[in-house]
Design a binder for this molecule. Structure first.
Ligand SMILES: C[S@@+](CC[C@H](N)C(=O)[O-])C[C@H]1O[C@@H](n2cnc3c(N)ncnc32)[C@H](O)[C@@H]1O
Ligand SMILES: [Zn+2]
Length: 403
């Protein structure tokens, strides 16, 4: 690319739109909202909720750490996410945006200019790995890196963790390649994420645990310890927020939160086992069928409840437009499930299997509680519950509710 390619005018028609506090330009071409490959620059209005959550999470993180934030988005599209962070989060020191697509670079530069943010927000057009590697040394690193790719983020996770500040930084990662992560293409999942998925009714939780496990292992290679602070599964993607902190001991402690998933496809029994050198029991403790093994993956708590509550408090203060109700519902449900047992059960598919009518989920929950079990709903699936009841007890309750 010559300097004049970079400096040349935008050659496609533009349309001005608003999201959050930001007014910005997107391509005014027929395919902008339908064909993300053909559009000159990517913008997906459906991902507003994803960006709203980022804004709130970065604000909570900033308040927790009490320091100005250097934010980076190496795959920025039209720049809306980074520009929103600059305008909607307090104590942002600077924002670095980047996209290898020259049209995205030009449009982002224009969006920075119309929002009068030239001092605070910088944009470049390089390959994301090259860009992040240039920021991998002391003084150049970031407090927050947000990776929001088409498909899988794995190709830039190594350089992203190296470009994080050594003390208490935040990595926010989207993955949209749900077919491998949910077990449709297990080999592709193992190749990319280093863990095997299982095609179950709770595959979205497995997907989040596989992505988290992958980030934990990559960070540990660079002596970085990681804590999963927040995750969500929404529409066609999953997203994880992981805090990173340098140190061999911390990296070792994070690796201890890896393990395997054991699932029985005969009776539905499932469990997480901690440890990579676990000696497997190969037969289901409930029905003696062979167990299937998923992972390695992250087997510990998916949510830091105080972080989730902070996000809810922060979201309540904001005008988030028509997506606000959905966001509040999501955060409330996540707070409810934050301390809940892992590996939810889908009540609808269990009832299908038992050939019975689906009872009200509230009835199932009160029966489980009456029998002394913990039970919560989950944002992962409206028809599912988290409970420490075993599969047999849960099925017994469903059958008794049917009579
Ligand atoms: C899903 S879009 C980003 C959307 C944006 N994060 C948002 O919230 O609107 C992914 C972007 O990554 C860019 N991209 C893909 N591969 C890249 C690479 N290797 N280096 C830099 N940019 C890349 C694409 O041009 C595209 O604009
Ligand atoms: Zn079994």
């Amino acid at each position: 690319m010559t300097p004049s390619d970079k400096e040349g005018k935008i050659t496609f028609p533009l349309r001005r739109v608003t999201e959050g506090n930001v007014s910005f330009f997107i391509p005014d071409t027929p395919e902008v909202e339908t064909d993300f490959v053909k559009t000159p620059v990517f913008y997906n209005p459906q991902m507003k909720l994803n960006r709203d959550i980022s804004v709130v999470a970065v604000q909570v993180f900033q308040e927790e750490k009490q320091r100005p934030i250097r934010f980076c988005e190496p795959l920025t599209g039209c720049g809306v996410r980074g520009i929103r962070i600059a305008l909607e989060v307090q104590e942002i020191q600077d924002v670095y945006l980047n996209d290898k697509n020259v049209s995205a670079y030009k449009l982002t530069a224009e969006n920075i200019r119309v929002n009068k943010l030239q001092e605070k927000v910088k944009v470049s057009t390089e390959d994301a790995n090259f860009f992040l590697d240039k920021h991998a040394s002391s003084g150049d690193r970031f407090d927050v890196i947000d990776i929001d790719p088409f498909g899988t983020p794995v190709a830039i996770l190594d350089s992203a963790v190296r470009a994080l500040k050594k003390k208490e930084s935040l990595l926010c990662v989207t993955a949209t390649d749900m077919a491998p992560l949910c077990g449709v293409y297990p080999e592709a999942c193992f190749r990319k994420y280093g863990g095997y998925p299982l095609k179950t009714k709770y595959c979205h939780e497995i997907a989040v645990r596989l992505l988290s496990g992958c980030i934990i292992r990559i960070a540990a290679r660079f002596s970085i310890g990681t804590k999963v602070r927040f995750v969500h599964s929404t529409d066609h993607y999953i997203r994880v927020y992981v805090e990173a902190d340098h140190g061999d001991t911390k990296a070792d402690a994070s690796l201890e939160k890896l393990g395997f998933l054991l699932h029985c496809f005969s009776c539905g029994h499932r469990e997480l086992v901690k440890g990579i050198t676990t000696l497997f029991v190969h037969l289901c403790p409930k029905c003696s069928s062979s167990l299937s093994v998923g992972g390695p993956l992250f087997v510990s708590q998916l949510f830091d409840k105080s972080f989730c509550i902070g996000m809810k408090v922060e979201a309540e203060k904001r005008q988030l437009g028509e997506k606000k109700r959905r966001m509040m519902r999501l955060l409330n449900r996540i707070i409810e499930e934050a301390d809940g047992p892992p590996l939810y059960y889908d009540i609808h598919s269990l009832c299908d299997e038992l050939s019975i009518q689906v009872p009200k989920i509230e009835h199932v929950m009160s029966y489980l509680e009456k029998d002394g079990y913990k039970v919560t709903r989950t944002h992962f699936k409206p028809t599912a519950v988290r409970t420490n009841a075993g599969i047999e007890d849960l099925k017994d309750i469903l059958l008794s509710l049917h009579q």
